[in-house]
Design a protein around this ligand. Structure first.
Ligand SMILES: [Cu+2]
Length: 146
């Protein structure tokens, strides 16, 4: 068996922890475990754009949630608030991290209550029509963060 063939076999057999497409990498995707009966969860991930041009994230969806919005937490006149983002631009050769207190996903109306350790599939849609899927892990944090 040639090395190339073996490599292809391994790639096809083992799931890859990163979601990759045309030099776009998404990793460390996670969703905050919500209290029982919570109507909204917060989600985070890091996206790396290793291309020579910007990419624009326009929508995130999941079969496990009724709707997902992209938010950014900002402080305006001393008041913290969340601003809905219609799109998020990731410039050429940069990374953008969704973290508590900045960009985050608001995942509305989970189909059921998810527990730490479960994996939720998210689909990310870009302005050029490309779509990527990534698995987000439910994680338990202390307190409630946006
Ligand atoms: Cu929010």
């Amino acid at each position: 068996m040639q090395t190339n063939t073996l490599f292809l076999l391994l790639v096809s057999i083992f799931p890859i922890c990163l979601s990759a497409q045309e030099n776009i990498l998404i990793h460390n995707a996670w969703i905050n475990e919500a209290p029982p009966n919570a109507r909204v969860n917060a989600g985070y991930f890091e996206i790396e754009n290793h291309q020579q041009h910007a990419i624009t994230l326009v929508q995130v969806s999941s079969e496990e949630y009724e709707r997902i919005d992209i938010h950014r937490s900002v402080v305006s006149d001393g008041v913290a608030k969340m601003v809905l983002q219609k799109s998020v631009i990731i410039a050429a050769n940069t990374a953008l991290t969704f973290v508590p207190g900045d960009y985050h996903l608001m995942l509305h109306h989970p189909r059921k209550q998810f527990r730490a350790g479960q994996q939720i599939q998210l689909s990310l849609m870009f302005a050029n029509g490309k779509e990527m899927t990534v698995m987000a892990e439910i994680r338990r944090l202390h307190g409630h963060h946006h």
